[in-house]
Write a protein that binds this ligand. Structure first.
Ligand SMILES: *Cc1c(COP(=O)(O)O)cnc(C)c1O
Length: 223
């Protein structure tokens, strides 16, 4: 199967309300161009260096999403162009993004990455940490970031019931944040959840954005 046909098959499966982030990490520019020529414009990468290099080399109307763990000292390399950062997991990182947004005279859209599973979830905010960020004076004073929703990764398991429960809990949490902190803010609407193996469960649970890599570009050797 070609990248273009994988892509069109996936798009047929997604409801119109769900955006597709094509996760191109570890894949060459030629693969990205193949998807681009088939109409795809949103691509996700998980390493700053790759994201910056690909942005530099590829068409300018691509929307680049940062989906991986982001170190504060590397925000500066993507701040001028990144269209959405999915992986905000500390107030420190949010402060840095805000500072770099200010330097670049732009508002950078962000998602709060919420820890879903218990096991192997190295990254992501607990629900308590999320609330303490949103309640903080520091957050309220940030002028150059905009939180447009949440992101989560389900536990890597064969237990589909567990995956379902985790995705449903993210939607519930997002709804409660919306009520308390973003009630009149229409831009807070994204729930980024679902990857190649579990996107159908994510969509059933209310995902607005799926991040699909291997089901479009084929399996990766690393990353
Ligand atoms: C790699 C990755 C994906 C895509 O994974 P696939 O299984 O290839 O679809 C989605 N989200 C994040 C955060 C990733 O790192």
């Amino acid at each position: 199967m070609s990248i273009a046909s994988n892509l069109s098959n996936k798009l047929k499966e997604l409801p119109k309300s769900v955006q597709l982030v094509a996760v191109s990490k570890t894949k060459p520019n030629s693969d990205i161009l193949e998807a681009y020529n088939a109409g795809q414009r949103i691509f996700g990468e998980n390493k700053v260096q790759d994201l910056a290099a690909k942005e530099d080399a590829l068409p300018k109307d691509i929307e680049w999403h940062m989906i991986g763990h982001l170190q504060t000292n590397k925000v500066k390399y993507i701040a001028s162009f990144v269209s959405l950062i999915h992986s905000v997991e500390s107030i420190k990182l949010l402060k840095t993004i805000n500072k770099e947004g200010l330097k670049n005279n732009r508002i950078i859209d962000c998602l709060l990455e919420i820890k879903l599973g218990l096991e192997d979830s190295k990254f992501g905010l607990s629900k308590e940490d999320t609330l303490s960020i949103l309640n903080s004076e520091e957050y309220l004073e940030m002028t150059n970031i905009r939180i447009v929703g949440v992101m989560g990764m389900a536990t890597n398991t064969e237990d589909n019931k567990l995956i379902q429960t985790e995705f449903e809990s993210l939607t519930e949490f997002s709804n409660s944040l919306k009520k308390t902190y973003f009630s009149n803010i229409n831009s807070f609407k994204e729930i980024s959840m679902g990857m190649s193996s579990d996107y159908s469960y994510a969509i059933a649970a209310g995902s607005t954005m799926v991040r699909i890599g291997s089901a479009i570009f084929g399996t990766r050797n690393y990353g």
